[in-house]
Design a protein around this ligand. Structure first.
Ligand code: ZN
Length: 315
């Protein structure tokens, strides 16, 4: 596989679908994964291992994970909120398991009904479970720190809390710590400041990617800020899936198509074919007909974006 500069990690099948108003049939999830791989995506977060009673959209998690594992070279990432979920994810063969923990104590309690310290202890048990597997079968465990740039319950989250929790996660045994702007409250300056502070504490090797939401329209600006401080893994979602009905176009992840366009225009290699990526939207259109699709590049078309004669002539 050719060398890339930035790893674009597609999280739509997990983050997008768990927010969608309807459940996407399993066959469409598989078509989406196949189309994304065909477009050049190398990492896809395909599902979440949560009780189907709580999130019916993820009832087929094991089947979808096993299917994704059939594509050679694809890193199959999943989310698991607790030990039980992580155990199921390992059984299904996931390559990377993100375990979420909120940087905000109030949000962590509301979300997973335990304190942050209890969450760290749970993550330590997940890491022990990983270590009990033969080396070749061990998944990468990512501590996914959420609400890093602000919480809808308690407001601002102190940077010191984020740094302290990152260190605690490394201590618990995670392979990397990813930082998520769950609420879309970051700005480019705070992105840089937090990533630098966490890197200074845990080191380059343990620092994972940036998971950004576009709630206030700063998603791509924040992605650029993360790149500028050396972050090379960026999460995004096809068509910005996951939008909130009360804030149209605002609450989903940053749009994969627009992110890939920006990176490639900057001369950074993603390994992704933009036209094929845009074609993936067809699967969403068919599989979730009620769901709005966002993104600028899909609207204007990729052919106008390249350094074409047309563009040079118009400049
Ligand atoms: Zn998210």
């Amino acid at each position: 596989m050719s060398q890339i500069d930035v790893l674009v990690s597609e999280v739509g099948p997990r983050d997008g679908l768990q927010m969608a108003s309807a459940v996407m049939p399993t066959e469409f999830k598989k078509r989406w994964i196949a189309a994304a791989v065909e477009a050049g995506l190398r990492e896809i977060e395909v599902c979440s291992f949560v009780p189907p009673k709580i999130v019916p959209a993820m009832a087929d998690a094991a089947e979808v994970t096993a299917y994704a594992c059939s594509f050679p070279g694809l890193t199959v990432a999943v989310l698991a909120p607790n030990l039980r979920g992580a155990e199921n994810a390992m059984k299904a063969g996931a390559h990377k398991i993100t375990v979420p923990i909120s940087a905000s104590e109030a949000h962590n309690k509301a979300n997973v009904n335990r304190t942050r310290e209890e969450s760290v202890a749970d993550i330590a048990r997940i890491c022990e479970l990983r270590d009990s597997l033969p080396k070749a079968e061990r998944p990468v465990i990512e501590g996914g720190l959420s609400t890093v740039w602000g919480c809808t319950i308690s407001g601002l989250v102190p940077q010191d809390d984020v740094v302290r929790l990152s260190a605690a996660l490394v201590e618990a045994g995670v392979d990397e710590v990813g930082l998520a702007d769950t609420t879309g409250m970051a700005d480019p300056a705070s992105i840089k400041s937090v990533f630098k502070a966490v890197r200074a504490e845990i080191g380059e090797e343990k620092l994972g990617g940036a998971h950004l939401h576009n709630t206030r329209g700063l998603g791509l600006a924040n992605a650029l800020a993360a790149l500028e401080v050396g972050i090379t893994t960026l999460d995004s979602s096809l068509a910005g899936l996951g939008g909130c009905p009360f804030a149209p176009g605002a609450s989903g992840n940053i749009v994969t198509e627009d992110l890939v366009y920006m990176l490639e225009e900057m001369g950074l290699k993603t390994g992704i074919d933009l036209k094929k990526l845009i074609a993936c939207r067809e699967v969403l259109r068919e599989g979730l007909p009620e769901e709005p699709l966002y993104g600028f590049i899909a609207e204007v078309g990729p052919e106008k974006g390249g350094k074409s004669v047309e563009k040079i002539a118009a400049a």
